[in-house]
Design a protein around this ligand. Structure first.
Ligand code: PLP
Length: 441
């Protein structure tokens, strides 16, 4: 790979890279130059297997011609129009299509440009909803330890990743956190753990008892926490959260930025777990990762309350982004949803799940592996820390890249999220490579 670095001659110091050890990266760059199907090619032309669907973005495969054509056609027809006070045809079609797919009742859709923006939007909708109903005292937001809801102020405040919080001060006031759901008793479980679900969800009840349920606007969780290493909710957990929210008038927000669009083997995690939130955030796979886009799906009654409180000619929600419902993003999303339907891609992903989870579980015999878990096409392997937190994880990521495999690590946890079009033999290739690396670090 040093050969690859040698062939990459651009000066690197001008680009401040996100979530990256920049200076270390400059020493040994990992440059991805091309992609097609389930493979990337680095700048030296070497092939790499994508084990994490871009960044959970690209389940339908890299380089899909249908999306490319839709985007090209849209750019020729209408590149951009302002989303405030004007509309473009694609956004209405897309919102309608999403409403057909989403769990019943979630049929009003607000567009944003990223998962982080979707989260901010969802939390602001929740606060305004209560306010217009005379419950402006509901200001508290509840998140969860080890949750990830993007990097903007509300998102990191409700999020529970230490490194994403500690450098940035106090964050939003009035935020409380549930415990995370990764407990010892459920180690080495594929699917939902048997233990702790109701007790962990009762953290919300404890916050209600402490602060008063009528001070809490919303509780936001990822149905499966992705970024800190695929924390699957134990049985009964989400149901219990739903029940507590119902009892106390708290809005339940599912952040499905990773889970949405087939990742769990169902269209949405809400379908997989049979629990419907009041608000859902979506991004990433909505355009197969081809163009930035996000969406917030809302129960109709929430929108109705906000609309009813405003005069008939008034702007109801003072919120939006220059790139809300960008016409090119809408075209990419419409083409992506068509692929999901025409190729029955969620079913294809679901068919891969048993073998995938079996292979993840099969890594448990490697001495440095301290946990394996997964749900749908999301899998994680915890590694014993060596030399300091995250060092072994980073070494695994780097060695995998050198040997032709792109995966993610969160600290010392390896994360896999294969594309839905991955074949069984490509899965074998993925796990053979990973097993070899895990045995060598
Ligand atoms: C659950 C969840 N929410 C929000 C985000 C933030 O999305 P973005 O990076 O598009 O802002 C992510 C990103 O990984 C995520 O996983």
């Amino acid at each position: 790979m040093s050969q690859a670095a040698a062939r990459f001659n651009e000066p690197m110091n001008h680009h401040w890279m996100p979530f990256t050890a920049n200076r270390q990266f400059h020493e040994a760059p990992r440059i991805i130059a091309r992609a097609e199907g389930v493979y990337y090619w680095n700048s030296a032309g070497e092939k790499l297997l994508d084990a994490v669907s871009g960044l959970y973005t690209t389940p339908a495969g890299h380089g899909r011609q249908e999306i490319r054509e839709a985007v090209t056609q849209q750019l020729q027809e209408l590149d951009y129009a302002p989303p405030f006070q004007f509309g473009t045809p694609g956004s209405f079609r897309l919102a309608h299509e999403l409403a057909q797919m989403l769990p019943e009742g979630l049929n009003r859709v607000f567009f944003a440009g990223s998962g982080s923006e979707a989260v901010e939007t969802a939390l602001k909708i929740a606060i305004q909803y209560h306010r217009v109903r005379g419950q402006g005292q509901r200001q508290r937001l509840v998140g969860r330890a080890r949750g990830y809801h993007g990097v903007n102020f509300a998102g990191w405040s409700v999020g529970g990743m230490v490194k994403n919080r500690e450098a940035f001060g106090l964050g939003l006031p009035g935020v409380a956190h549930l415990r995370h759901t990764h407990i010892e008793a459920n180690r080495f479980t594929m699917g939902q753990g048997e233990h702790g679900g109701v007790d962990l969800a009762d953290d919300l009840q404890r916050l209600v008892d402490l602060h008063g349920g009528d001070t809490i606007a919303a509780c936001i969780v990822e149905p499966i926490a992705g970024s800190t290493g695929i924390l699957v909710p134990p049985k009964g957990y989400l149901e219990r959260l739903r029940a507590i929210c119902d009892t106390h008038g708290i809005l339940l927000i599912f952040d499905e930025v990773i889970c949405g669009f087939g990742r769990t083997g169902h269209a949405f995690a809400a379908d997989a777990f049979g629990v419907t939130p009041d608000i859902m955030t979506l991004a990433k796979a909505i355009t197969n990762g081809n163009i930035p886009m996000a969406a917030v799906a809302v129960r109709q009654g929430i929108q109705q309350a906000i609309f009813d409180a405003a005069g008939p000619d008034a702007v109801e929600f003072f919120h939006g982004y220059t790139y809300s419902a960008h016409p090119v993003a809408c075209a990419a999303a419409l083409a992506t949803l068509k692929i999901y339907r025409d190729d029955a891609l969620f079913a294809r992903g679901a068919a891969l799940v048993p073998k995938f989870l079996e292979q993840i579980a099969g890594l448990a015999d490697i001495p440095i592996v301290t946990d394996t878990r997964g749900y749908g096409l999301l899998g994680a392997v915890d590694l014993a820390t060596q030399g300091g937190p995250g060092l072994r994880g980073f070494a695994v990521m780097r060695r995998c890249f050198e040997q032709g495999l792109v995966l993610r690590v969160a600290g010392d946890t390896v994360i896999l999220a294969p594309l839905f079009i991955t074949t069984e033999s490509q899965l074998d290739e993925m796990f053979t490579l990973l097993r070899g690396v895990l045995k060598s670090v």
